[in-house]
Design a protein around this ligand. Structure first.
Ligand SMILES: C[S@@+](CC[C@H](N)C(=O)[O-])C[C@H]1O[C@@H](n2cnc3c(N)ncnc32)[C@H](O)[C@@H]1O
Length: 199
């Protein structure tokens, strides 16, 4: 199914790119492909997930997809004002179709590195939203929250950058538990890495 058709089903508009200054720490908007999300969720099951956080949620595709399929509470954080507005419009149109799903959807405008990680947040999603410097800061916020309110958590990276992997391997107790390749992908980096901290 094409991305536009998938979007129509959910009542959202997430197709397209929004380029940024290549020197910025903050990367462009591009949504995780739907086929990739289908592959991920054939292999990954939400078990004790209380809330998923998409750092750099863009127009919200991942948040709405997860909410629609798994009825799990989701938070999306986005710092680009126009992209955030588009995500809010998507939330209104999606909610018309998904009134029966009680799990909340929160979209927050602001920087991921300023987001205060809550005790219910225990699954963290990243599709290359920012530089490794910003990622390090976000991971440190996550670790502080996981230590303060001791709990297990998963971290999912799509199209992982080597620096992100290095940070998780050397600076955190998260361990790689699964790699999910996207069916029919030619690009070797088109995969998900799933990390877990078990407590
Ligand atoms: C590659 S897109 C991923 C979108 C979405 N997560 C998905 O997978 O469909 C990255 C998004 O992160 C946003 N972003 C970049 N730096 C950010 C930051 N520091 N805080 C919040 N959002 C950020 C960009 O504006 C962009 O919309």
């Amino acid at each position: 199914m094409s991305a536009r058709r998938y979007d129509r089903r959910l009542g959202i508009k997430t197709v397209g790119l929004r380029e940024r200054d290549g020197r910025s720490h903050y990367h462009r908007y591009e949504a995780t492909p739907y086929e990739a999300l289908d592959s991920l969720f054939q292999a990954y099951r939400f078990r004790k997930t209380r809330r998923v956080v998409d750092f750099g949620c863009g127009r919200g595709r991942v948040a709405f997809y997860i909410h629609h399929h798994f009825h799990v509470p989701v938070v999306g954080i986005e710092e680009h004002d126009q992209t955030y507005e588009e995500a809010l419009n998507n939330k209104s149109s999606y909610r018309h179709k998904a009134m029966h799903i009680r799990a909340p959807i929160h979209l927050k405008y602001g920087l991921a590195e300023h987001y205060e990680v809550k005790a219910i947040d225990n699954c963290f999603y990243f599709f290359n939203p920012f530089s490794s410097k910003v990622f390090k800061q976000v991971v440190s916020n996550i670790m502080r929250s996981l230590d303060r309110d001791r709990r297990s958590a998963d971290m999912i990276l799509y199209y992982p950058m080597p620096e992100y992997k290095r940070i998780l391997r050397h600076k955190t107790p998260f361990r790689l538990i699964n790699k999910v390749r996207v069916s029919a992908a030619c690009d070797k980096r088109e995969k998900f890495l799933i990390y877990r901290l078990s407590r």
